[in-house]
Design a protein around this ligand. Sequence first.
Ligand code: PMP
Length: 425
Amino acid sequence: VAGIDFGAIRGQFPILDQRVHGHPLIYLDSAATAQKPQCVIDAEAEFYERDNAAVHRGAHELAARSTVAFEHARAAVARLVGACADEGGEEIVVTSGATAGLNLLATAFGNASLGRGGAAAARFALRPGDEIVVSKAEHHSVLLPFQELAARTGATLKWFDLDDEGRIRADMADEVITERTRIVAVTHVANVTGAITDIAPIIRRAHAVGALVVLDACQSVPHLAVDFHAMDVDFAVWSAHKMYGPTGVGFLYGRRELLEALPPASFGGSMVELAWMDREARYMAPPARFEAGTQPVAQVVAAGRAAAWMMDIGMAAIEAHERLIAAELLRLGDIEGVRVLGPRDNAGRIGTVAFDVQGVHPHDVGQFLDAQGIAIRVGHHCAQPVHRHFGLYASNRASSGVYNTVDDAAALVEAVAKVRPFFRV
Ligand code: PMP
């Protein structure tokens, strides 16, 4: 990619400078979790070394500095995803990760269904016969909270089917999404197939019938330029640890007017304006209303640093760089007995390539590669329905990050070509 030294960027990741089983580490498991650049590691350490205090409380200097750092980070994250950053990023709620963000939404919708949150929250309430739409490509952390919400409210769970290459059948939007649909929760980029969902027709149809769109952006925010305002999504979730930030923290985006109407999902300190013994509490405005308890402040600060670092490189450049790696990874499909589970062409996908090696269990493939210092993911990747779609229980998955090189991908392809001969299948 012109003008950007991706070799120098790779050099910012101390963990990559090591040998595993005598071989230089080749890390191709960024879809599970990404490695952290030195500046992110430093941001977390420096926060603890200089500023550490509880935020939004306390009249002392450290509390003030911590609050500024926390809100500055929130604003950086808002800028990364095209959310409102101007007035303190009210559209960005801190969570402990994407899973927590999805459970927050499902719980809040469930609370609204019980009549909580007053008239303003009625738009989130579900009744028997209402429909929630997901897809067969969903991570369990989308499928299960919304399946549970359907069971609790009497709503019906429906889903988008997938095509032969595992893409969500967005062309079915008019059939799958009906006048009874209230919520559509789908992935922006699938964590097994790497396919980018053709999201525009789904959002258009959802809004035409008055349904809310929840986007799982776990695998898009780290790899693509996303703009939730331009996409016109209602809610989105993702995790910091996949975007070069720390574990234990994630974000929920919600359109401002929706967050203002949404009832809280968890309760405690720092989310309430007035609390009494004998009267109902009055909750704070978003995002605080959804951030009960002490937040992972150091991790949020470091996640903000990660967001700024990604924007410094430029999401278009990251996307272009990883497209080169994806092209090389897709050569896996040329190996005899190896099947790519996802789009074979490099348009409409990211550098996450799942594959099956005929006759060899994924755990054996993973160990064979690990012995050569190559880290990939094996198993069902928390997405069993998509594996069933391909007639499998588990698969192997290589996934790129900004630090990977085409040589990393080529080394993987070369090693995978030796798997079946090694296991004599
Ligand atoms: N959705 C997708 C598409 C994912 O890849 C992941 C992470 N495996 C999640 C949701 C859940 O993220 P987390 O485990 O960080 O909460």
